[in-house]
Design a protein around this ligand. Structure first.
Ligand code: HEC
Length: 135
């Protein structure tokens, strides 16, 4: 048992690190990683997009599943984010109407990210903010 558990744990932490690198290289210029609501209000004119902590919280709480299965919830979250970053559209956005009025629709990153990278950054977006709320 131990033999298989260790490499798996290593593998998933490597994946997480990769997701963070992908975030830093492709998303951080627009989406701040961590900020409080108060700081957002004080820096509204400098914000190019909703902060990542808000994006993650918003999608996490909007996706509601019937049987409360964490894996299914995560899977749907990742699917939504992957699709959104490749094919963003106003009609799909779960952002607050206020945020959508402020910001333009996100540009598609389809040409910049591979399928695997989109998967990794979406997984990072879920895991990074587990138990971290936007307040
Ligand atoms: C050029 C700026 C820019 C970059 C780079 C960018 N985004 Fe966005 N993103 C936005 C803006 C603006 C919005 C808000 C409007 C909207 O929903 O399209 C947004 C919204 C989102 C949403 C919200 C969807 C929703 O409905 O709640 C997700 C998810 C997202 N971005 C993920 C990412 C990820 C992941 C990356 C990097 C791989 C990234 N973005 C890179 C500008 C950007």
């Amino acid at each position: 048992m131990k033999k298989t558990l260790l490499p798996l744990a290593l593998f998933s932490s490597l994946l997480l690190a990769d997701g963070y690198e992908i975030y830093k290289n492709n998303c951080a210029s627009c989406h701040i990683e961590m900020i409080s609501k108060e700081e957002v209000l004080n820096n509204l004119d400098k914000m190019k997009a909703p902060p990542m902590v808000e994006v993650s919280n918003q999608i996490r709480s909007n996706i509601i599943i019937k049987d409360d299965d964490e894996d299914v919830h995560k899977h749907l979250f990742v699917l939504f984010v992957k699709d959104y970053i490749q094919n963003p559209e106003l009609s799909k956005s779960m952002c607050h109407p206020g945020a959508l009025e402020r910001f333009d629709v996100m540009p598609s990153l389809k040409a910049k990210l591979t399928e695997q990278e989109a998967q990794e950054v979406a997984t990072w977006l879920y895991e990074r903010y587990e138990g971290v709320s936007f307040r």
